[in-house]
Design a protein around this ligand. Sequence first.
Ligand code: TXA
Ligand code: MG
Length: 318
Amino acid sequence: MAEIGKDIFKARDMLEKGEVIGIPTETVYGLAANALNENAVVSIFKIKERPFFDPLIIHLPSIQSVEKYAELSDARLLKLARAIWPGPLTLVLQKKEIIPDIVTSGLPNVAVRIPNHTLSLELLKNIDFPLAAPSANPFGYVSPTEARHVNRQLGDKIRYILDGGACEVGLESTIVGVEEDSVCVYRLGGLAIESIEQLIGKVEIRVNQSSNPKAPGQLKNHYSPHKPLYIGNIENLLKERKETKVAILHFGEKEYRNHLAFNLSKRGDLDEAAIHLFKYLRLADESEAEIVICEWLPEQGLGRAINDRLKRASAQNQ
Ligand code: TXA
Ligand code: MG
């Protein structure tokens, strides 16, 4: 098992030696290494069992520091960056020479973000390289929102996890870039589309559903618990399914007293549901239930990103 602690200088020393460690962010925990050290980046892919064609996000402490690694010249993206960073926004930008190809899987663009987490920002300010960090879960599984989630799954492969408590957003960052002069959203995430459009007007949603996506975070079957997950009307699903041990993920006032039930938000708050989603998917997965059933959330605010994750998590059963 890895050590869990709050020592950013220990974290810094390990990163400087090319080690991979767990770090907190406001979205989900990351599996971090020096983005400029190719061997360290290779270790991330190995630990996560992630295919090398799936590029990584680099994490930086400030907008000024972005300039050294990427071209942040588009006025709309710059406006988003200034308004949202540090925050749950990742920008896909033209990369500069200094970023190794292994980080971007050979793409001319690099994904960049400034995380909104005190401990990780402190750490980033104390190192002179960006941190490449995918979510700290085995490839394809649910992202971790607590240090112990990371330890349970990857604790035998890393030595240290920086403990920043439970993630305040709970969903991965929203990924935004520019294509043929249109601003495009490539991944729905912890920053709602409404918040983006308020700042820069209409954007195109290009969230891929195919099995041959540009970015594997867009894979049809991703973010999956090990148990089969079915989405729809909960009463109907309870009648239709023959399995007796069922875990229910639901939203709002209704209660399901005769079942193992996880309420994403009793008061119907989508931000609260986002914070709970991955934790409850894990608990359902670790429970005695044979299947997980859940309902769609309202398609607004973070509800869209939550529904996107549920759809992918259930993809093998459709
Ligand atoms: O909230 C987050 O973004 C978390 C925390 C740790 O920062 N990180 C995260 O990383 O979710 P990861 O690797 O699990 O997901 C990153 C997504 C992947 O789907 C990847 O394909 C896409 O970003 N991506 C990375 N670089 C890209 C690029 N140059 N162009 C398009 N997509 C890119
Ligand atoms: Mg991920």
